[in-house]
Design a protein. Structure first.
Length: 119
């Protein structure tokens, strides 16, 4: 399946590269970032504001994932992004993110993720 563009492609490129500065710069000062926990199975992490985001992305470091957007729906400042995550060229996870943008920056990011099925 061909990749699709989205308003948050810069965020995905930055996080995939492990670039903490560029990843943090994709967010507003008071952003809320909600995502599946990498430490607690079934849990969610909630990070608020750029300072907490910078600390989180620094701790997270560069992971071997590469994000690929498969579908994107945009309605004003809101978008839904469906995507896939790869390690090397192996599909490992699928995700769905709802994003609210303010002046091109991420104000709210809420993602859910699941293991990719073998099919």
């Amino acid at each position: 399946m061909a990749a699709v563009t989205s308003p948050i492609d810069g965020y995905f490129r930055a996080i995939d590269a492990g670039d903490v500065d560029a990843t943090t710069a994709a967010f507003t000062d008071d952003a809320v970032y909600i995502r599946p926990s990498l430490e607690v199975p079934g849990g969610l992490e909630v990070i608020r504001g750029r300072d907490e985001l910078r600390a989180y992305f620094t701790r997270r470091g560069k992971l071997p994932f590469r994000h690929e957007v498969r579908a994107c729906a945009i309605d004003g400042p809101e978008c839904f992004v469906e995507g896939a995550a790869y390690v090397e060229e192996k599909l490992t996870n699928t995700f769905l993110a709802h994003v609210t943008l303010e002046d091109g920056l991420i104000e709210r990011y809420f993602a859910l993720m699941a293991d990719a099925s073998p099919a």
